[in-house]
Design a protein around this ligand. Structure first.
Ligand code: NAD
Length: 476
């Protein structure tokens, strides 16, 4: 069985205990993971604190030198992409086609923040006093706790590690207990790139032990979290102890609005990828289709044909389009929610069952929820389930889209760009995609509001979020 180690203060370690990691395609353990508990977390945070505030090389490095290390890391990620992709696929069930292409993005994010490191500027303040020189320095916020969920761990870690290092912070990264392999392997690249000991530490373990110890640690200054809203509440309560700042990237129930004048073929492709990519385990999953009533039947029949043609199978096969869910628990959650939705009157268009055989597979599923109070319109599945409702007027479409406590992503398909402009202003979402879905770039900020959290990742603003200002007054 493959063995992974955590990375603390520049050393690879076995952890206080060990636990098996299950391959979601087979349901069998394939690797053994280190379980970090309170003592490990404490050493990791102290190492990060010493690296930042002690006499070591990181605290003396210029921004340009930090950028050079980040460029090296980006190159190493790109060079090791096949190995990282294979580990992520084995450990989380995410299909190899997606893990391979996403790692290219991961390298791009590190490259972007490498270039940004020496562009994080302070400011000169023209104070109304002739004998005073006053300026703002931008300094690293402190030790960052970066906590990620199982889906897209390398990517979700990169959008925290990249800007935090560019800003000069040090980090303790907590990989999810469900599939920590890719991040633990990534720690070897941190080491190889030459980051001084303690600058980036990678631990893993369970939320209630490892996660809780990390978020309550008195030397943690900022918590960058991606995960569920319930965990976010725990984290915010825990940050009442150390008064750390938080940045929260949470779930979604994102709407895709399809108007009768849209290019229906292109909208259908976006809808299929929007909900079934990553087996639906994506925070931006387009999980609510809001379609104009006059084209609903036609659009649903296109979607049904496409959903039924999806190749579900081994995530290691390049031809597979949908793999298993990451955990048995996740599949049970989906089974329960689909049953509740059908009980509440939703109509099954396709799918709706777990296939026979090994692994945590679930069929690509479409539920027609028109005229129902189906829970599937409100609750996040985090799985391959699309819920459909229809509208007759633009006002109804907007009301349906905003009828959610989440506010992460949204999509509009229409040829009428005036309408798209109107809707874009009124949709409660941190991202609006028009005639496309799921586009990302390191330059573009990403994040939500309400139950989707409050953080912004990507772009310059994310790097500034890892700094705090110091005002210096000098009498001349
Ligand atoms: P989760 O909240 O259960 O776990 C996320 C991480 O938090 C894990 O590493 C876990 O160990 C840790 N954790 C759990 N309890 C903790 C505690 N008390 N203190 C500190 N850490 C703790 O999330 P999940 O179920 O693994 O992931 C799915 C959720 O993540 C979904 O809601 C999804 O939408 C969301 N997500 C959001 C984004 C985004 O960018 N907005 C991206 C991906 C996933």
């Amino acid at each position: 069985m493959r063995r992974f180690q955590c990375y603390i203060a520049g050393h690879f370690e076995d952890g206080e205990a060990r636990f098996p990691s299950v391959d979601p395609a087979t349901g069998n353990a394939w690797a053994e993971m280190p379980e970090s508990r309170e003592a490990d977390v404490d050493r990791a945070v102290n190492a990060a604190h010493d690296a930042l505030y002690g006499d070591g090389p990181w605290s003396k490095m210029t921004a340009t030198q930090r950028g050079k290390l980040l460029y090296k890391l980006a190159d190493l990620v790109a060079a090791n992409a096949p190995r990282l992709a294979e580990i992520e696929t084995r450990d989380t069930g995410k299909i190899i086609r997606e893990t391979s292409s996403q790692i290219a993005y991961v390298a791009d994010y590190y490259r972007y923040y490498a270039g940004l490191a020496d562009k994080i500027e302070g400011a000169y303040l023209p104070i109304d006093k002739p004998d005073m020189e006053v300026w703002l320095r931008r300094e690293p916020v402190g030790v960052v706790a970066a906590i990620v969920p199982w889906n897209s761990q390398l990517f979700l870690a990169a959008v925290k590690i990249g800007p935090a290092l560019a800003a000069g912070c040090t980090l303790v990264v907590k990989a999810s207990e469900d599939g920590p392999g890719p991040l633990l392997e990534f720690a070897r690249l941190i080491d190889e790139a030459g980051f001084p000991a303690g600058v980036v530490n990678v631990v893993t373990g369970f939320g209630a032990t490892c996660g809780a110890a990390l978020t309550a640690h008195p030397k943690v200054a900022h918590i960058a979290f991606t995960g569920g809203a319930e965990t976010a509440r725990h984290i915010v309560r825990s940050s009442a102890e150390n008064l750390a700042s938080t940045s929260l990237e949470l779930g979604g129930k994102s709407p895709l609005l399809v108007f009768a004048d849209a290019d229906l073929e292109s909208a259908a492709n976006a809808q299929i990828a929007g909900i079934f990519a990553a087996t639906g385990q994506s925070c931006v999953a387009a999980s609510r289709l809001i379609v104009e009533r006059s084209v609903k039947d036609r659009f649903l029949s296109i979607l049904k044909a496409k959903a039924e043609a999806i190749r579900v199978g081994s995530p290691l096969d390049m031809k597979t389009e949908v793999g298993p869910l990451a955990t048995k628990r996740q599949r049970q959650h989906i089974e329960t929610l689909v049953a509740a939705s059908l009980n509440a009157g939703a109509r099954l268009v396709t799918g709706g069952a777990s296939p026979e055989g090994d692994g945590f597979f679930y069929q690509p599923t479409i539920l027609d929820c028109d005229d129902t109070r189906s829970p599937s319109l409100q609750k996040e599945f985090f799985g391959p389930v699309l819920s459909v409702v229809s509208f007759e007027t633009e006002a109804q479409a907007l009301a349906l889209a905003n009828d959610t406590l989440y506010g992460l992503a949204s999509g509009i398909f229409t040829q009428n760009l005036t309408r798209a402009h109107r809707l874009m202003k009124s949709l409660h979402a941190g991202v609006v995609w028009v005639n496309t879905y799921r586009a990302v770039s390191p330059i573009a900020a990403f994040g939500g509001s309400g139950l989707s959290g409050d953080g912004r990742e990507g772009g310059l603003a994310a790097a500034l979020g890892y700094t705090r200002t110091k005002t210096v007054w000098l009498r001349t």
